[in-house]
Design a protein. Structure first.
Length: 277
């Protein structure tokens, strides 16, 4: 049984507390608005401190509140707010100066799936601290993943997760808008998501290999073929009266890749456009 203090009891913080509690850990939850004790008193009860407040600035504000400096020395801090790699590195530097073991974390899910076996949470920073507490942290998500010693690496993984989330959700909702405009039940696209996920997983594995090689020729579908399909989507958006901003963006990025000489390569070649300003 581990002893854990969770700072922040919003939707995500509350889910973290429930997961730790369900695992039999000794959990102390603290929030500015709901707790009778101070943050320092809450941290005094545990060696593992998990901060899940709105952002890095709010985390720093809590961690520098009265009495905290002595209660955190020698303990492990896991910071789970979203931010940039630079934010994470600055927080790690502060923690180092305060004699705190620091792990930066990124939760790749919503509160509803905290504690589930497929849930991924990325960690970076103090490798020894991660190894000490990994059996406790895996409670929050069965795919607990340490991505590197540089504390900014988990925040980078968070950017990857959020980019995938917003891109895929916008694509799915764009599809629902097309269906609705053509008097088809939008449930058609929602019901198809499990099948779509199989295709995305296969394409991801394929793209991973092409990017690793740095060579994008293959035998599935060239960017020229994809660009023609995307042009059809842009035209259909105008005919159906749905918003075409997303598909125009995809068309413009694909057209740029084709103009750069990637027309006879696979869609993974878009990586070369996206990695440049």
């Amino acid at each position: 049984m581990a002893s854990v203090t969770v700072l922040g009891l919003g939707n995500m913080g509350g889910a973290l507390v429930r997961a730790f509690t369900d695992a039999g850990d000794d959990v102390t939850g603290w929030s500015r608005s709901r707790s009778a004790m101070t943050a320092a008193e809450a941290c005094a009860r545990s060696d593992l401190i998990v901060a899940c407040v709105s952002d890095y600035d709010a985390t720093r504000e809590v961690l520098t509140s009265p009495g905290m400096s002595t209660e955190l020395v020698g303990k492990t801090l896991v910071q789970l707010a979203s931010g940039s790699p630079a934010d994470a590195r600055a927080m790690a530097e502060w923690a180092r100066g305060a004699a705190i073991r620091y792990l930066d974390g990124a939760i790749a899910t919503y509160p509803a799936r905290i504690g589930h076996a497929p849930t991924i949470i990325f960690y970076a920073g103090d490798r020894n601290a991660y190894e000490i507490h990994s059996a406790t942290l895996v409670t929050l998500g069965g795919q607990s993943t340490f991505v590197g010693d540089d504390p900014g690496m988990a925040a980078a993984a968070d950017l990857a997760w959020l980019s995938f989330l917003y891109g895929s959700m916008l694509g799915m909702l764009q599809g629902a808008a097309f269906l609705k405009a053509e008097h088809v039940n939008p449930a058609v696209v929602f019901d198809a998501v499990p099948s779509f996920n199989v295709e995305i997983a296969a394409e991801a594995a394929y793209a991973r290999g092409l990017i690793r090689r740095g060579e994008y020729r293959g035998n599935q579908a060239t960017l020229d073929v994809h660009l023609a399909a995307i042009e059809h989507i842009v035209a259909a958006a105008g005919e159906s009266g749905v918003n075409s901003g997303l598909v125009q963006l995809v068309r413009d990025l694909t057209a740029r890749a084709v103009a750069d000489g990637h027309g006879d390569e696979e869609i993974a070649a878009l990586f070369e456009v996206l990695r440049k300003r």
